[in-house]
Design a binder for this molecule. Sequence first.
Ligand code: APR
Length: 237
Amino acid sequence: MQKRFRSIVVLTGAGISAESGLGTFRDKDGLWTKYDLQEVATPEGFARNPVLVHDFYNARRKNLVEAAPNAAHYALAELERRFDGQFLLVTQNVDDLHERAGSARLLHMHGELLKIRCENCDSVRDWRGDLDLATACPDCGASGGLRPHVVWFGEMPLYMDDIAAALETCDLFVSIGTSGQVYPAAGFVAEVRRGGLAHTVELNLDPSDGFSLFAEKIYGPATDVVPAFVARVLAAG
Ligand code: APR
């Protein structure tokens, strides 16, 4: 890779956190093979059975607190630190492993598991423990209206204007650990290609649904392929 890039956008999905012990969604034994996403990841499911939904996210929050970033997370933090051009990391993940690895120019388009939102006063707060119907909002005091600050199916992802602006001007787009089945994230590569500026790269264990849209594809575990790819980009100066 001889080209020197000016502006990089990296998109990550659940696959980058798989080797940190956090399950993906659609792989064998993925979360959606064990839970019905309509029940635990939709506003309708939350309205029908909030106890089930709180139990689901409380268990994921416990898992997350015990997990640690891996070499792929650290490699992206190093890329951000050492790359002297524009850099943006967009993650579909609700875990905080990117932050714990040192990433700062980071947008969680599907929200964050260690944050809660009050449907009564709209406040968003950091939260590491369990949440249930009796938990009172630290801001307005109301109980029963607190929910995980995550984007459920049928809800609008976050930061879409910032993401669109970065995709428009990037000259390197890298997609890591995502199956390319969930939009709008799955449509980013096509959006970037329309601009015709960027080199597009897929780093994944297996080909994603959109693999044919990428100019370059490297397959293998994230902890192997991401550090090697970052080293190549940084070597290109
Ligand atoms: N290294 C690299 N890639 C991996 C690894 C690994 N160790 N393990 C799995 N993968 C890849 C799989 O091949 C798969 O393509 O990660 C991808 C995980 O795909 P999904 O489970 O569909 O996760 P993701 O694409 O992030 O899901 C998108 O869907 O459920 C919603 O909101 C949720 O953000 C999520 C969105």
